[in-house]
Design a protein around this ligand. Structure first.
Ligand code: NOJ
Length: 883
C-alpha cells in the first residue's frame, strides 16, 4: 500500500492480541491469550447523553490541523508542565493543554486542599448520597485549582487479594458495591465540571510485577510485566462490572492499566479497549494510558488507546511513541486519519460534555514545588514564574469528610454495651496510631511510611494534608469537655508504662493499631506496595495483648487498608469492642470520636474478615513463575473472591470453622437493634430480550484534503524548543530520518492484524447499544421492599442488603444486588425499596456472548449482612419471558 509505512517505535509491538513480525518475547502457546478485536470503534453520534457535545466537538476537531489533533492525544512529558499529566495545547484557538491530576482521595501535590477518606471507607458507609457528595467535593477542589481531569475513581484493583497494596483507593471486592461507588463518583466529579477517570482498566489487582522496570529495580529478573489471566465470564461478572456502571453513569475517561491481561498489555489490548470497553460497553469517552504504560505507537492506537500519559516513552526520555511519531504515522497511513480523528473527537466531546470551554480556567498550582515561584517546565527548570497561587479550595468540606469517615467506621464488636462512651471516668489511649508522625502529617513523600496515625496510605493516590486531627487530639478534647481523666502513650513499645497505666481502676483503654500499604514504586518495611501478610504493623498484636493482660475494658481501633487478622485476640473477653476506621483522611480523630461517643451511627464492612491469610483463597503472586518472561497470574478462582469464596467454602463444608470468616462481608453492629419484616416483591412481567443488531456508521474523517507532505509539518521556526518537551512536529522532511526507526518501511499489513485500519461500517455486538451495554440490561424487572423497625432505644442507621442466588452450577451461593442506608428513630419503622434490573439477574453466557437470565430458580435474600438474611423469597417470572 502506497505510503503505508511504520512510524518510529511502532514495531515495538508486544505479544498477545497484536500479530507481530518480531515479537519481543516468543509466545508460549500454552499461555492465556487475548483475541484480537479490530477496528477500534469510533464514536456513536446516537449515543445517549452526548449529542450536543458531539456536534460541537465535531465542528471543533474538523477545524484542527494534524499536529493540533496529535497534541490533544499526547502528553508533553513527565514534569513537562504543572500537572502530573498535561496534554499539548492548541494556542491558535486559545486552548491550553489539559491538566490531569491525581487522585482518589483529593488533589495530589497541592496545598490548601482537603484530604478525603479513602474510597474503601466511603464504600463502608453504604450510602450512595454520601459517596456522591464526597466525589462532588473532590471535583470542586480540583476545579478550584484549574484541574480538568481528576484521576479517580478506582475499580481496579477491586480487591481480589486482601493484601493488595492499592485496595484502599477503590471501594470493595464486591462488584455491585464498587459499581455503585464508581457510578456515584463519576456523577459527583462530573457535576463539579471536572472529567472523572475510571481506573485501572482492568485486572490491576496487585503491585508486584505490574511493571517489569519497577520489578527489576526491586531485584526481580523479569523482562515483561505480569499477565492477569482472566476468563470471559469472570471478566464480565466481576472485574468489568463496576466499569460498566461508570460508563453507564457517563464517566469521561478510562485509564488502562500497567499489567497485561491474557498476555497483552492493558494499554494495547484490543480485546479490552476496542472489544469490551468501546464496542460492548459503548464507551464514548477517551482511554488514557497509565503513566508509562504505553509500549507501542501504531499498535496501541489501533488497539483503542486515545491519549498517552505522561507522553514520553519513559519519564524524561524526550521520546514519545506518539507526538511527532503519530503525526508521521497518520501521514504515511499506518494510523488511519479516522483513528486520530476519533481520538480527538472523544477527548473534545468529553471536554464539552463536562462543561469545559476553551479558554480553560488557569492552572494555579504546581505539582513539583510548593514554592510560589518556580519553573513551568519543571523537568528542565525553564520558564520560571509564579506557579503556585496557593488557592484555598477546601470550602466547607471538612464536616463532610468527618461524616463520611465516621459513617464508614465499622463497629465489629461491642460487648455489654461498652460503647458508646459516656463521660468515662478515666480514658487511656495507647499506640503510635493515635498520635502524630514526628515528621509531620506530610513528612514522608507520597506518604511512604507508617509513622503516627494512619490517615492515608501511600503512592500516587495521596494528597497533602491541610491539617490532620489525630485520635489523641480529638479524644483529649472530648475528655476535657467531659471532665474525664485522660492519658495517652503514643508508642507501641512502652510495655511497662502501658501496663502500669491501663491496670489502674476505672481505666477504659482504647488501643490504636494499623496496617498500611500502597503503590509499588515505594516499599515500606519491605512491603512492596502489597502487604507481606495480614498482620498488624509495628507489633500491634503484641500491643493489644500487653493491654488486655491488665485491662478488662480494652477497645481496639484499627486503621488499615483492608482486613487484618484478628484471630489471636478478637474473642478475648478483655477486648470489649473492636472498630475498623479504614483510611479516614484529615478529620480522623474527630470521626472516630463521633462513633466512639455515639454521635454517629457506624457503617458496615465492605470486605470479609477471615481467620487466616489462606482462608481467602487468593494471594499475591510474589515470585516470578515464568522464567524471565511475564509472570503468569491465573485468576483461577473465577468470580469467587471475598464473600463468594467464603460462602462456597462454608456450603461445601459447614463444619470447617477455619474456613468461616470472623466477620462476614456486610457485617457491622449498631447502637440499636433492627427487625426485618414484610418482604414484598413486585414485577416479573419480563419483556423478551432483544439483542442489538445492525451496523455502525462509517468512520468519520473530519478533515478532507489534508497535506500529506512531511515538509508541511516541520518544527516551526518561531517556537523555541524546550528540551524533553514533546511536540507534534517533524524534525526532518525525510520521514525515515524523522522517525529514527531502523525498521522504517514496514507496511501496516505486515504487522497490524486484519481489519485494524478498516473504517467501513461494522456489525454491532448483540450485547452493545448504549453506554453501559445493551440498554435492556438496565430495565427494572422486580422491586423488592422490606420493612425495617428500630427495636432499640436510640436512633440508628441500618444498611439493608439484598442478595440474590442466581442458581446454576458453580455459581456463587448469593451475590449482592441491592442495598441502602436508612435512619430509623427508636420504635419506628421505614420501608426500604430497591430495584432488580435485568443485569442484576443475568449471568454472562460465554457461548451466546451476552447476558442471559438462566432457567434456574432465583431466590432473593434480605438482611443486615451477607450471612444474616432473615427474609427470603423466590422470584416469580412470567413464564417463558426470560429466555
Ligand atoms: C500511576 C498510577 O498507577 C496511577 O493511578 C496514577 O494516576 C498515575 N501514576 C499518575 O500519578
Amino acid at each position: 500500500m502506497k505510503g503505508s509505512l511504520v512510524s518510529a517505535l511502532a514495531a515495538l509491538v508486544a505479544v498477545g492480541d497484536v500479530a507481530v513480525a518480531t515479537p519481543m518475547t516468543p509466545r508460549d502457546d500454552a499461555l492465556a491469550y487475548s483475541p484480537p478485536h479490530y477496528p477500534s470503534p469510533w464514536m456513536n453520534p446516537a449515543a445517549e447523553d452526548i449529542k450536543y457535545a458531539y456536534d460541537r466537538a465535531r465542528a471543533f476537531v474538523s477545524g484542527l490541523t494534524l499536529p493540533e489533533k496529535v497534541n490533544l492525544t499526547t502528553g508533553v512529558g513527565w514534569m513537562g508542565e504543572r500537572c502530573v499529566g498535561n496534554t499539548g495545547s492548541i494556542p491558535r484557538l486559545g486552548m491550553r493543554g489539559l491538566c490531569l491530576q491525581d487522585g482518589p482521595v483529593g488533589i495530589r501535590f497541592g496545598d490548601y486542599n482537603s484530604v478525603f477518606p479513602a474510597g474503601q471507607l466511603s464504600a463502608a458507609t453504604w450510602d450512595r448520597v454520601l459517596i456522591n457528595k464526597r466525589a462532588r467535593a473532590m471535583g470542586e477542589e480540583a476545579k478550584g485549582k484549574g484541574i480538568d481531569i481528576l484521576l479517580a475513581p478506582v475499580a481496579g484493583p477491586i480487591g481480589r487479594i486482601p493484601a493488595g497494596g492499592r485496595n484502599w483507593e477503590g471501594f470493595s471486592p464486591d462488584p455491585y458495591l464498587t459499581g455503585v461507588g464508581m457510578a456515584e463518583s463519576a456523577r459527583g466529579i462530573r457535576s463539579a465540571g471536572v472529567i472523572a477517570t475510571a481506573k485501572h482498566f482492568v485486572g490491576n489487582e496487585q503491585e508486584h510485577f505490574r511493571q517489569a522496570g519497577e520489578a527489576q529495580g526491586q531485584g526481580f529478573d523479569i523482562d515483561e510485566s505480569m499477565s492477569s489471566n482472566i476468563d470471559d465470564k469472570t471478566m464480565h461478572e466481576l472485574y468489568m462490572w463496576p466499569f460498566a456502571d461508570a460508563v453507564y453513569a457517563g464517566v469521561g475517561a478510562v485509564m488502562c492499566s500497567y499489567q497485561q491481561v491474557n498476555n497483552s498489555y492493558g494499554c494495547q489490548n484490543s480485546k479490552l479497549l476496542n472489544g469490551l470497553l468501546k464496542d460492548e460497553l459503548g464507551f464514548q469517552g477517551f482511554v488514557m494510558s497509565d503513566w508509562q504504560a504505553q509500549h507501542t505507537g501504531v499498535a496501541s492506537a489501533a488497539a483503542g488507546l486515545d491519549m498517552t500519559m505522561p507522553g514520553d516513552t519513559t519519564f524524561n526520555s524526550g521520546d514519545s511513541f506518539w507526538g511527532a511519531n503519530l503525526t508521521l504515522a497518520v501521514l504515511n497511513g499506518t494510523v488511519p486519519a479516522w483513528r486520530l480523528d476519533d481520538m480527538a473527537l472523544r477527548i473534545m466531546t468529553t471536554v464539552f460534555n463536562t462543561g469545559l470551554e476553551p479558554p480553560l480556567p488557569e492552572i494555579n498550582f504546581s505539582s513539583w514545588t510548593l514554592d510560589t515561584v518556580g519553573p513551568i517546565h519543571a523537568s528542565v527548570g525553564e520558564n520560571v514564574e509564579v506557579i503556585n497561587q496557593h488557592v484555598n479550595v477546601q470550602s466547607d468540606h471538612a464536616p463532610l469528610i468527618r461524616e463520611v469517615a465516621a459513617k464508614g467506621t465499622v463497629l465489629l464488636k461491642n460487648e455489654g454495651g461498652v460503647l458508646p462512651l459516656n463521660k468515662p471516668k478515666f480514658l487511656a489511649v495507647i499506640g503510635e496510631d493515635a498520635g502524630p508522625n514526628p515528621r509531620g502529617p506530610n513528612g514522608c513523600p507520597d506518604r511512604g511510611c507508617d509513622d503516627g496515625t494512619l490517615a492515608m496510605a501511600w503512592g500516587s493516590g495521596t494528597s497533602n494534608f491541610p491539617y490532620l486531627v489525630t485520635p489523641d487530639q480529638a479524644l483529649q478534647a472530648q475528655a476535657l469537655e467531659d471532665g474525664t481523666r485522660y492519658e495517652s502513650i503514643l508508642s507501641n513499645y512502652q510495655n511497662a508504662a502501658t501496663r502500669a497505666l491501663v491496670r489502674q481502676d476505672n481505666a477504659t483503654t482504647i488501643v490504636f493499631v494499623n496496617a498500611d500499604s500502597g503503590e509499588g514504586y515505594i516499599a515500606v518495611d519491605e512491603n512492596l506496595g502489597d502487604r507481606k501478610n495480614l498482620t498488624l504493623w509495628k507489633g500491634g498484636d503484641e500491643l493489644i495483648k500487653n493491654v488486655t493482660s491488665e485491662c478488662a475494658n480494652t477497645i481496639v481501633v484499627i486503621h488499615s487498608t483492608g482486613p487484618v487478622l484478628l484471630t489471636e485476640w478478637y474473642d478475648n473477653p478483655n477486648v470489649t469492642a473492636i472498630l475498623w476506621a479504614g483510611v479516614p483522611g484529615q478529620e480522623s480523630g474527630n470521626s472516630i470520636t463521633d462513633v466512639l461517643y455515639g454521635r454517629v451511627s457506624p457503617g458496615r464492612t465492605p470486605f470479609t474478615w477471615g481467620r487466616t491469610l489462606e482462608s481467602y483463597g487468593t494471594a499475591i503472586l510474589d515470585k516470578p513463575n515464568n522464567g524471565g518472561g511475564a509472570p503468569q497470574d491465573d485468576f483461577s478462582e473465577g468470580v469467587f473472591i471475598d464473600y463468594r469464596h467464603f460462602d462456597r467454602a462454608t456450603a461445601r463444608n459447614p463444619d470447617d470453622a477455619d474456613a468461616a470468616p470472623i466477620y462476614e462481608f456486610g457485617f457491622g453492629l449498631s447502637y440499636t437493634t433492627f427487625e426485618y419484616s414484610d418482604l414484598q416483591i413486585s414485577g416479573g412481567a419480563v419483556r423478551e430480550y432483544t439483542p442489538t443488531e445492525g451496523e455502525t456508521i462509517e468512520a468519520p474523517v473530519l478533515s478532507e484534503d489534508v497535506s500529506t507532505d512531511p515538509a508541511d509539518y516541520q518544527f516551526p521556526t518561531d517556537i523555541r524548543p524546550i528540551e524533553q518537551f514533546l511536540y507534534p512536529f517533524l524534525n526532518s522532511t525525510d520521514p525515515e530520518k524523522a522517525s529514527r526507526d531502523p525498521k522504517y518501511g514496514q507496511t501496516a499489513e505486515e504487522f497490524l492484524p486484519p481489519g485494524a485500519t478498516d473504517g467501513s461500517p461494522q456489525p454491532l455486538l448483540r450485547s452493545s447499544g448504549q453506554p453501559g451495554g445493551n440498554p435492556q440490561l438496565w430495565e427494572v424487572l422486580f422491586t423488592v421492599s422490606v420493612t425495617i423497625t428500630n427495636t432499640g432505644d436510640v436512633e440508628g442507621d441500618e444498611v439493608p442488603q439484598v442478595y440474590v442466588s442466581l442458581g446454576g452450577d458453580d455459581e456463587p451461593v448469593r451475590v449482592l444486588r441491592g442495598f441502602g442506608r436508612v435512619t430509623v428513630p427508636p420504635g419506628e419503622s421505614v420501608v426500604f425499596k430497591t430495584d432488580l434490573t435485568r443485569r442484576d439477574l443475568s449471568g454472562w453466557d460465554v457461548e451466546v456472548q451476552d447476558w442471559v437470565i438462566n432457567e434456574h430458580e432465583k431466590t432473593v435474600w434480605v438482611g443486615s449482612s451477607s450471612r444474616n438474611l432473615p427474609l427470603s423469597a423466590t422470584l416469580e417470572f412470567d413464564e417463558g419471558t426470560y429466555e
